[in-house]
Ligand binder design. Structure first.
Ligand code: IPE
Ligand code: IPE
Ligand code: MG
Ligand code: MG
Ligand code: MG
Length: 354
């Protein structure tokens, strides 16, 4: 395990891998590399987040609550259309898929995808297949994350977990089917002059795969009860969570035929808010109740998980999340003030209480 964690540390950042696949302006690359250097945080003292939780104010004219309610309603309708009906055979499987998918998730990844499309001048409707595909992958990852062999949680989205209702076998298969249907749904996206179907599908496959989401989940399990460094912790969180949020931003941008410069900016943005998202998730696990979260609170400490609060303390974790949010705002500079939904989203992700 220690050798594996050392290899992780030497292996560099998922952000750097992404950067190699991007063609972005040199000025964007500089900012990108703030987190993408792959060097252990200990060697990055001069970049240590300042001791403040202040962030810029998003535009007061943008009504984020209405934006999130609208995008959630659109995504829920589209998911209902894309998924096989509950009665379709085998109905146990389709009921299990729909049980978790419509259990009341916050739908923040689809909102990110749609907001990214909007920032690039695209229409929400064109981003819907990508937004729905991302939500299916996310929901599958939660069903599997809750299994007894993983985090062993009985509650999710305010309800008993999938395996508690349908049994472990069906829960595993419902996860498999949600993962698979995500690619079928993404197949409904319209190709753009700059981005083919192949590009879109490869994007989702790599974010969900063994080098990113699944790899992060493996590292998360293997780090239980181990002493990890900040760089190893960042490696885990970048992969298990940040990769899918960055993918949501990128697919939204691609659905709007984004320029390479805008795609690079949104990649940065997605990685920063994605890492902040998991830092906040770690904080909420310590500071909120199970009822407030809709999932079991306090589980990270009980399972000896590697988290930001356990490694660095609550206050430092809050400062890091705020720092990442400031970096996310900075990443939006190429949009010259026309990415108000994304600014509001970054603020909402930082301030959320569940
Ligand atoms: C929970 O994600 C899992 C993490 C990656 C931290 P969310 O907090 O977005 O969960 P839902 O979708 O609202 O249930
Ligand atoms: C989950 O991280 C990440 C994925 C499901 C990929 P956590 O294990 O911290 O998420 P919660 O706290 O159970 O929602
Ligand atoms: Mg987990
Ligand atoms: Mg978990
Ligand atoms: Mg958690």
């Amino acid at each position: 395990m220690a050798a594996e964690l050392r290899r992780i540390e030497a292996g560099g950042s998922v952000l750097r891998l992404r950067q190699q696949r991007l063609s972005c302006a040199p000025q964007d690359r500089g900012m990108y590399s703030v987190l993408a250097s792959g060097r252990p945080l200990a060697n990055m003292k001069r970049m240590a987040p300042p001791k403040t939780t202040a962030i810029p104010h998003p535009s007061p004219d943008f009504d984020f609550a209405t934006f999130l309610a609208d995008s959630t309603a659109q995504v829920n309708r589209a998911l209902d259309r894309f998924l096989p009906k509950a009665a379709a055979k085998p109905s146990t499987l389709h009921r299990a898929m729909r049980y978790s998918l419509f259990a009341g998730g916050k739908r923040l990844r689809p909102a990110l995808c749609i907001a990214a499309a909007r920032a690039c001048g695209g229409r929400p409707a064109d981003a819907l297949p990508a937004a729905c595909a991302i939500e299916c992958i996310h929901t599958y990852s939660l069903i599997h994350d809750d299994l007894p062999a993983m985090d062993n949680d009985d509650f999710r989205r305010g309800k008993p977990t999938n395996h508690k209702v349908f049994g472990e076998g069906i829960a595993i298969l419902a996860g498999d089917a949600l993962l698979t249907v995500a690619f079928e749904i993404l197949g409904h996206a319209t190709a753009r002059p700059r981005y083919s179907h192949r590009d879109l599908l490869r994007e989702l496959a790599s974010a969900a795969g063994s080098l990113e989401l699944v790899g992060g989940q493996v590292a998360d399990l293997e780090a239980e009860g181990q002493k990890v460094t900040p760089a190893q912790l960042r490696y885990i969180h970048e992969r298990k969570t940040s990769a899918l949020l960055a993918c949501a931003a990128r697919l939204g941008a691609m659905s709007a035929n984004a320029s390479p410069r805008h795609l690079a900016a949104l990649t940065n943005f997605g990685h920063h808010v994605g890492l902040a998202f998991q830092v906040i998730d770690d904080i909420l696990d310590v500071t909120r109740t199970s009822q407030e979260l809709g999932k079991t609170a306090g589980k990270d400490a009980a399972a000896h998980k590697a988290t930001y609060p356990s490694l660095l303390g609550l206050e430092r974790s809050r400062q890091i999340a705020a720092h990442l949010t400031r970096l996310a705002f900075a990443a939006l500079r190429p949009f010259r003030g026309h990415a108000v939904a994304l600014e509001a989203l970054a603020t909402h992700l930082l301030r959320r209480q569940a």
